[in-house]
Design a protein around this ligand. Structure first.
Ligand SMILES: [Zn+2]
Length: 134
């Protein structure tokens, strides 16, 4: 934990359901937070692109080191492509102003979760539910 932890974030916890949203369907993230996450998404995207290029050229790529949390049976190439899609999708979500909202329940994903994994598109609750389903 380091970089820039914005203050005032703690106030937007659970009982901020009514009144405080900037606009319906948009997240509580500040522009600065989104910009920072966007930069990280772009950086990760180019790292993955590079790794994919090496992989397709027959080089050995440590995909586990680049991207944690794979699905069982997934090849390194599939994994890289899946994350590229995810990142691409998130960058489009930023453009639509939908970044930081869970794709399942439309709830807000807290900044500290996005800070850990900027390309996640479901809140922890929905992600766990999905992981449990077969
Ligand atoms: Zn959700």
């Amino acid at each position: 934990m380091s970089v820039c932890e914005d203050h005032g974030l703690a106030q937007s916890k659970s009982n901020a359901k009514q009144g405080t949203r900037p606009a319906p369907g948009s997240s509580m993230l500040t522009k600065k937070q989104i910009d920072g996450l966007r930069r990280r998404l772009l950086k990760k995207g180019s790292e993955i692109n590079e790794a994919l290029t090496w992989l397709l050229a027959g080089e050995k790529v440590d995909v586990e080191k680049l991207l944690g949390g794979g699905k069982p049976g997934e090849t390194p190439e599939e994994k890289l492509r899946r994350f590229l899609n995810l990142i691409d999708d998130r960058i489009q979500a930023i453009a639509r102003g939908q970044f930081g909202l869970c794709e399942e329940c439309r709830g807000e994903i807290p900044f500290n979760e996005l800070d850990e994994v900027p390309w996640q598109k479901a809140c922890r609750h929905c992600a766990l539910a999905e992981a449990r389903s077969p």
